[in-house]
Design a binder for this molecule. Structure first.
Ligand SMILES: Cc1cc2nc3c(=O)[nH]c(=O)nc-3n(C[C@H](O)[C@H](O)[C@H](O)COP(=O)(O)OP(=O)(O)OC[C@H]3O[C@@H](n4cnc5c(N)ncnc54)[C@H](O)[C@@H]3O)c2cc1C
Length: 511
């Protein structure tokens, strides 16, 4: 017999977007946050560089932030949405200050701001040097845990959305820890904040399980999904054989780190007049092209010209991690290679999180609000998570829908259509296919080949007993299909376009 519970507001996903929504909804009713894992399971926990704000908060500061966002977004941002995002910056900043998030200050107590690529001015606040995400998230989690109207349920994987006969979303079903038994939650409003899907790619900066589940479940329920072609690849990701990719924050380049080849040449100026401070998509593409020209050369991020002790003091977490892997950033340039980092598209939603399904809201990286266009401006993601976590409550907090029954989920079959390929093999194939066909440089034949291979794996699906691991692979395959199909029709913007021919690798000189 399936367990069933009832709540006013159901939030799925416990990153910064989810926790901010919980905080904003608690004055209006009971909130249940269901997540696949602990705080460290989502990307928010690992955000290093910081939070972009229209620092100064005057009309000119806001306008500059809007213009930088639009420029980085390469023509695909929705300008009114960007204005809303930036306009709410001061509100979320005040909210964070009221939570005592320990943002970094100088010896006079003035908040420190830094600059990152494609920002025209320093406007990024940070905490703990490079531990901004963790410190914001843990402050939010601590605050909401004090409220008796809040409950947290971990180790539950979103399975499907619950709907009433009129098609209104009235909660969701989850697979529990064993991956077999189902839990049904009926809710007045359902908010998805399950984050992005960059771990569907072979090389990714995201936690391992960020594989686009929210998009898959929403798509199956008939919700509009858009712009899945637009993934952002981060250029400066540590590349040590046998080690997981590890992000070297963009704030390093913002503060003067150099991208060099083995000879120490700063080749990025060959690609863009802003060199290291060019938009992320431009830099990643330049790294890709450069490594294709001379694969053995290697590409490095160098901070060796920083004053002694500065790297360890300003970027303590990154410095320590690299040191453990044998790279002392104070003295040695770090080998880098791009990796998938951020999903710009997702569940189509407005600036209050409303999706195309009544009763369902989407916020944070899982949502496509069109504020990032074809290429997100650095550190605008935490801003989006906080702003949308607040704005969703503005929309639904005052209009309470009581949880309704009426879904026949209690008769949920214990069978589902699931891929029958070996799960481990399926994942490694999927990640390789997306990396090869939907990566930094895409060609039509590769995209078509990738799509055929994904469809072939989907084609193995059979009715089988519901099981968490196989269900997750089914989600991954569906999202991969959406990405590849979208690439075939997506407008050309930023660096996410299909080239007619793969640039030729350098011909090796036989001598
Ligand atoms: C290494 C790294 C550094 C970054 N640095 C910055 C930065 O400095 N500034 C910036 O603005 N952005 C940065 N980003 C991007 C930013 O961290 C994310 O875009 C943002 O935190 C997303 O927040 P979110 O709340 O939408 O999702 P997440 O924080 O990813 O949280 C998703 C939540 O959903 C849960 N979940 C996922 N699937 C399921 C499921 N099937 N069922 C139930 N629960 C599920 C997860 O367990 C998790 O709790 C960085 C990202 C990474 C990976």
């Amino acid at each position: 017999m399936m367990k069933k519970e009832s709540v006013d507001f159901l939030v799925v996903g416990g990153g910064i977007a989810g926790y901010q929504a919980v905080l904003s909804l608690l004055p209006h009713g009971s909130v249940l946050l269901v997540s696949r894992g602990p705080l460290s399971s989502g990307s928010s926990y690992y955000a290093q560089g910081g939070l972009a704000l229209p620092w100064g908060f005057g009309p000119e500061d806001c306008e500059r932030h809007v213009q930088d966002t639009l420029r980085a977004g390469a023509g695909l941002c929705d300008e009114p949405s960007v204005r809303t995002l930036v306009g709410d910056g001061e509100r979320v900043w005040k909210g964070l200050l009221s939570l005592d998030v320990p943002f970094d200050r100088d010896s006079d107590g003035t908040f420190l701001t830094t600059r990152e690529a494609a920002h025209s001015v320093p406007r990024i606040v940070h905490a703990g040097g490079d531990r901004t995400g963790f410190l914001i998230l843990s402050s939010l989690a601590k605050k909401v845990s004090e409220d008796p109207a809040f409950r947290f349920l971990s180790n539950h994987q979103l399975y499907r959305l619950r709907k009433n006969p009129e098609g209104r979303v009235t909660g969701a079903l989850f697979l529990g820890e064993t991956g077999h038994e189902l839990l049904e939650i009926e809710a007045g409003a359902t908010i998805l904040s399950t984050g992005g899907g960059s771990s569907l790619f072979l090389r990714s900066t995201n936690p391992r399980l960020q594989r686009g589940d929210g998009v898959a479940v929403a798509a199956r329920a008939g919700c509009e999904i858009e712009r899945m072609a637009y993934y952002q690849f981060h250029p400066t990701v540590l590349d040590i054989p046998g080690q997981a990719p590890f992000l070297l924050t963009e704030a390093m380049r913002g503060e003067g780190a150099r991208v060099v080849n083995r000879k120490g040449r700063r080749f990025l100026f060959d690609y863009h007049p802003d060199g290291e401070l060019a938009p992320r998509d431009v830099v990643s593409r330049a790294l890709w092209l450069e490594s294709r020209k001379s694969p053995e050369e290697g590409i490095f991020l160098s901070l060796t010209h920083f004053p002694k002790g500065r790297v360890a003091q300003r970027f303590p977490q990154v410095y320590r991690h690299c040191l453990e892997l044998g790279v002392d950033l104070e003295t040695t340039p770090a080998p880098i290679r791009p990796a998938a980092h951020f999903q710009m598209g997702g569940i189509r939603s407005d600036m209050n999180g409303r999706t195309t399904l009544p009763g369902l809201y989407a916020i944070g990286e899982v949502a496509s609000t069109r504020v990032h266009g074809a290429n997100r401006l650095a550190s605008n993601s935490l801003l989006e998570a906080l702003v949308m976590g607040s704005r969703v409550a503005d929309a639904i907090g005052s209009v309470r829908h009581l949880p309704e029954t009426g879904d026949n989920s209690s008769d949920e079959p214990d069978q589902a259509l699931l891929p029958s390929v070996d799960i481990e093999e399926g994942w490694s194939r999927l990640r390789q296919i997306l990396w090869d066909s939907a990566g930094i440089v895409r060609t039509l034949p590769l995209v078509q080949k990738g799509l055929l291979e994904i469809l072939e794996m989907i084609g193995t699906s059979r009715q089988a007993p519901v099981e968490g691991g196989r269900f997750a692979l089914g989600n991954g395959l569906l999202v991969a299909r959406l990405i590849l199909e979208d690439i075939l029709t997506a407008p050309v913007a930023g660096a996410n376009y299909v080239v007619s021919e793969m640039p030729a690798p350098a011909v090796k000189n036989k001598d």
